[in-house]
Design a binder for this molecule. Structure first.
Ligand code: NAD
Length: 467
């Protein structure tokens, strides 16, 4: 692929406060004109987004390689094609989603008509994280367009090449009146968050999630918070080759910097003993004997995160991997056992290629371990036993419950994707994103030609209360 320098991307220049105020104000003016409401406009913008990805696929692949060392295939699979799938799904279902739906009316209120009519919210702010810097900006944009909103996008400054590319291409392809990119970091976000929006859609960590929610409260703006957390994977059979491969695939993709990656494994009974060996084989099978040289294996986003992760390597016994290269910001796919009980590995979201395997006595002990901690974005169970599967779902609280397949639920546009409790609030993808960014408005009508309400008007009698 070409060198990124050939893209001639300007460095990320934080938008000035004056510009931000002006951009957001102009977006509110556009909402008043109802420009983005008609189905045809929404369809045209979905098409424009599709064309942008089509025409610049290689540029996005290059930018993602520059930001995170992502392999081209992984960039296409987990970012570009994920957004494409959302666009396709929205294009297919847009008319159906936009339809108003008649609802039944209690007999005493007849004759009347009532329906639920989806309405655009207005101006939506999307703030994205760096780990999937394209998907986490454009998938919410698809929902916002489908719902008839105008959108301000704030990509993460920690993925500067993708941010700059979005800053350059979005105004070329999308209607500038209905979609703007504002670039910059925390100080830019701060100015943005002082403005009034009709919805704020934030993806990132819990600390900033609270900042966003506090700022939104000033304007009584509803928020969707797509946060992270420590997603557990309970493994019943450690000798299974397929289980180890799926764990390694979900964990080491994007060098572990995935919000739905299995954060740690709870290996039940003697599962841990066999799992180490299987994981080691799976890792070698994927990335060869020297994973740092594999072009399919990514790097850590920056030095601060690299150092945070390297410090965790001493928190237990490294049984697979453990090597790293400070120059390339890479850390080998690593498996750690005998994790110190009070270590950061067990307290913080790891968000890197380190997989602690924790032995627990029983399935029930695994469930207790999970429920004693903040609610994760997803809980994985590796078991073919339907009784355990259903018991897991009954007992564990998480944004999603997934059996035997890390991260795949994200690729199903009909499933709501989001957290609960500490892992966030609100969900999107497909129809769920459309409804999240719409007002599901109640509409009701009666006629005055026949005054059917007179039976309930004052002066009251007890007989009237029984109608
Ligand atoms: P990040 O550092 O890119 O921050 C996210 C966004 O917040 C960025 O756009 C950033 O500019 C902005 N920001 C940073 N400081 C701010 C401040 N003080 N005020 C306002 N805005 C500010 O990303 P991160 O937080 O390191 O992201 C990693 C986290 O995101 C992990 O916890 C991960 O699990 C979570 N995540 C969740 C999902 C999901 O879909 N639920 C997806 C990806 C990542």
């Amino acid at each position: 692929s070409r060198a990124l320098s050939e893209l001639e991307l300007p460095p990320v220049v934080p938008e000035s406060a004056e510009n931000i105020v002006e951009i957001v104000a102009s977006m509110h003016d556009v909402v008043a004109t109802r420009l983005a409401h008609p189905r045809r406009f929404r369809a045209s913008q979905l098409k424009a987004l599709e064309r942008m990805l089509e025409a610049h696929e290689q540029d996005f692949v290059d930018a993602l390689a520059d930001d995170l060392g992502k392999s081209g295939v992984e960039a296409k699979m987990t970012e570009i094609d994920m957004v494409r799938a959302e666009i396709d799904h929205a294009q297919l279902h847009l008319s159906e989603w936009m339809e108003s739906k008649a609802v039944k009316i209690p007999l005493a209120l007849h004759p009347a008509a009532a329906k639920i009519e989806p309405q655009p919210l207005g101006v939506v702010l999307v703030i994205g994280a760096w780990n999937y810097p394209l998907q986490l900006i454009l998938a919410p944009l698809v929902a916002s367009i489908a719902a008839g909103n105008v959108t301000v996008l704030k990509p993460s400054e920690l993925a500067p090449a993708t941010s700059a590319l979005l800053g350059r291409l979005v105004p070329q392809f999308m209607d500038r009146r209905a979609c703007a990119v504002v670039q910059g970091g925390a100080s830019t976000s701060k100015v943005l968050l002082e403005q009034h929006f009709d919805h704020i859609f934030y993806t990132g960590g819990e600390r900033v999630g609270k900042i966003v929610a506090r700022a939104a409260a000033e304007h009584l703006t509803p928020v969707t918070l797509e946060l992270g957390g420590k997603s557990p994977a309970v493994v019943m059979d450690g000798s299974s080759v397929a289980v180890a491969r799926r764990l390694a695939f979900g964990k080491f993709m994007n060098a572990g910097q995935t919000c739905v990656a299995p954060d740690y494994v709870l290996a039940v009974g003697d599962a841990a003993r066999h799992l180490e060996k299987q994981l080691s084989k799976a890792i070698t099978g994927f990335y060869g004997k020297n994973p740092l040289a594999s072009r399919d294996y990514g790097r850590i986003v920056n030095t601060a995160h690299f150092q945070r992760l390297v410090a965790m390597l001493g928190d237990g016994d490294v049984v697979v991997g453990g090597g790293y290269d400070e120059d390339t910001l890479q850390i080998e796919p690593t498996v750690i056992t005998n994790v110190h009980p009070d270590s950061a590995l067990l307290r913080e979201e790891i968000f890197g290629p380190i997989l602690p395997v924790i032995a627990v006595d029983s399935f029930d002990a695994a469930v207790r371990f999970i429920n004693a901690r903040p609610t994760p974005l997803v809980a994985y169970l590796f078991s073919e036993n339907p009784r355990l599967q259903s018991s897991f779902g009954d007992q564990v609280r998480a944004g999603a419950i997934v059996h035997n397949a890390p991260s795949l639920h994200l690729a199903v546009p009909s499933l709501p994707f989001g957290g609960v409790g500490a892992s966030g609030m609100g969900a999107y993808h497909g129809r769920h994103g459309f409804e999240r960014l719409s007002q599901m408005r109640a509409v009701m009508g009666k006629t005055t030609v026949v005054d059917t309400l007179k039976a309930v008007y004052p002066p009251y009698t007890w007989a009237k209360s029984k109608i």
